[in-house]
Design a protein around this ligand. Sequence first.
Ligand code: NAD
Length: 295
Amino acid sequence: MIAFIGLGNMGLPMAENLVRAGNEVVGFDVTPEALERAEAQGVKATSALEEAVGGAEVVVTMLPSGKHLVSVYEQILDHVAEGALLIDCSTVDVASSRKGHEMGAAKGLATVDAPVSGGVSGAAAGTLTFMAGGAAAAIERARPLLEVMGSRVVVCGDPGAGQAAKACNNMVLGIAMIATGEAFVLAERLGLSHQALFDVLSTSSGQSWALTNHCPVPGPVPTSAANHDYKPGFAAALMLKDLGLARDAAASVGADTRLGQAAVKLYEEFVENDPKGLDYSAVIDLVRQHSEARS
Ligand code: NAD
């Protein structure tokens, strides 16, 4: 039996995929609405955390942050069966992730941090990429389940290495999106069309995943949020969270990530003035506003 803790936008579809693959899954969440949604989707749900983890061979967590992870581990570790495997798929700070590993190890449990990329659509389609950290044997134990919920497992290294990889990746993505937005705004002011700039960037050294998948102007990439009023997609608030984790991780080890810090500031400003909860690519509008303020 698998216990699944945190049945939100990501957790529920991941738990559903585990059920579809023939696993018995018992889900837990702190909100009654999440439990109701889970029941409606065929995931057994309980409002008693201890009951969810009691007979579980594997406990998967998909929670908002490191403090939720540590608090859940504090509550469950005395109730988890001997020899169980703990897989944390949440995006959390590296320090909390390592603390979670230590708490599990102190009880003799195998632990894996396996944050994901791929978003809600990847969770629903079972095509997530997992970035896995932990002992090699624990990751190999987790792999068959991760491969049900996703299509790739990248082994990153020791406990917390998955979270470290996720922080580095999303720092690059956040910076790349701002750089791409700046290029389009500069092009607008220089009288260059969006399509012409896209055609050049996408076939030249300015190419990036942010550009070719999440192009921040409407037109060149029909599936990008820019064509759908910047409805997420990947919400700017989640990008801000990930950039904050990267900033904190950098501060903890003395890495000079000044572009990452600049990206935090821009996304902070954007999110503060974004009541609609738009996609992270909408940060281009902030670049436009700043440009207008200058001219
Ligand atoms: P969400 O807010 O939709 O879901 C989190 C769930 O955890 C909620 O249902 C909440 O009630 C529950 N929860 C909170 N505290 C709890 C506790 N103590 N015990 C049990 N349940 C608790 O968030 P989400 O979008 O599903 O994201 C989950 C994690 O995945 C986050 O760490 C996020 O950064 C990461 N992530 C999200 C995306 C995305 O596109 N949404 C992409 C990649 C990674």
